[in-house]
Design a protein around this ligand. Structure first.
Ligand code: PMV
Length: 346
């Protein structure tokens, strides 16, 4: 198809420091979360579009991944358009070709939903503006709401640096509906933090995040977990304020283990850890203690490990990764990334 208009965005993935796990109807999080937006791990999406006579169908689109038409991606995008139809009332009267590709290897096991759904949401926000359905003011907030409806964590990818999603008392302006840039003081060390992603397992996860969130309903430890996340947000604010990389590291590890403990104690319980995940966690602990280097791990809902550390220990951590950790990674694969500035229109 050759369509009259086009819009394109590059949007990054993010890694949660205090995790979102468990939600209510309408993609409302059970607790507030905070993340670093990444830099190198991103999705580029271009939407070619033009106006058509409405046919009665709710939307018209084709989806291409890395240049190849990909029907397997349709259901996720259809769900996204169904959930956002009130916010995008012009959907029935445009047709679209969606072209998307990820900077990280296909099926690398990196959560592509945050980058992918935020990139698509930003494109839809731009179209909404062109269609006169949205003022310039509030563009990012609108796109964060769209992103949240696609995938909760995607709501945080619309901004760079540290981003909060979910209403939290000591974070003014925070909301369950959209992400906001972290509003309090952050010591410089955290603005250039590094993230090395160790790819332990690639491909589809055994249990999806959607299913995992669902298993928090009626979970024996749910209320305790939500209370813990709440107090961890306050502890995080204090570490960011004082630049305490050791306190910060201890906290992100506790959060990651708590997330996985929720999975193991769900009914039915499940494990996304792999033996190599545990080997890496042990190695990181020994390396940190022996060398007094502030490198700590976090995990999302999968087997891969994110190592977070300040820029000034980068060389030491890179050497450690190459010499001691690549043997636990699938095909020796890892990605050196860092805190990024957020999405870019291209
Ligand atoms: O956005 P979802 O539904 O894929 O859930 C993401 C959940 C975690 O990555 C485990 C935590 C988070 O806050 O990103």
């Amino acid at each position: 198809m050759s369509l009259a208009h086009k819009v394109a965005w590059q949007s990054p993935s993010n890694i949660a420091l205090v995790k979102y796990w468990g939600k209510k109807a309408g993609q409302i999080p059970a607790n507030a979360s905070i993340s670093f937006t990444l830099d190198q791990c991103h999705t580029r999406t271009e939407v070619r579009w033009e106006q058509i006579e409405a046919t009665g169908a709710p939307f018209h689109f084709e989806i291409y991944v890395d240049g190849v038409e990909s029907p397997s991606f349709r259901p996720k995008i259809e769900t996204f358009f169904q959930r956002t139809s009130d916010l995008l009332p012009f959907l029935p009267s445009i047709k679209m070709e969606i072209h998307t590709s990820n900077s990280f290897p296909h099926s690398s096991g990196i959560a592509s939903s945050a980058s992918g759904l935020s990139a698509l949401s930003l494109c839809m926000g731009s179209i909404a503006k062109e269609m006169g359905a949205l003022e310039e003011d509030g563009f990012e907030r609108f796109c964060s709401i769209l992103s949240r409806l696609g995938s909760g964590s995607a709501s945080r990818s619309v901004y760079g640096g540290l981003v909060v999603w979910g209403q939290h008392e000591s974070i003014p302006g925070s909301s369950n509906s959209f992400g906001i840039p972290y509003p309090h003081h952050v010591e410089h060390v955290f603005t250039t933090y590094r993230d090395t992603v160790l790819l332990v397992e690639v491909g589809e996860k055994a249990v999806s995040s959607t299913k995992g969130h669902g298993l928090m309903e009626g979970h024996a430890f749910a209320e305790a977990r939500f209370a813990q996340a709440k107090s961890n947000m306050d502890e995080m604010i204090s570490h960011l304020q004082t630049g305490d990389v050791w306190g910060f590291g201890e906290l992100i590890e506790a959060e990651a283990l708590s997330l996985h403990a929720m999975m193991m104690t769900s009914r039915p319980g499940y494990m996304l850890f792999r033996p190599n995940t545990i080997q890496i966690l042990e190695k990181v602990k020994s390396f940190r203690e022996e060398n007094k280097v502030p490198v700590h791990f976090t995990l999302d809902a999968g087997a891969n490990v994110h190592l977070l550390y300040p820029a000034h220990v980068e060389q030491k951590v890179h050497t450690f990764v190459t010499e001691e950790l690549t043997s636990y990674c699938k095909d020796g694969r890892f990605i050196h990334d860092q805190v990024g500035e957020g999405p870019k229109q291209i």
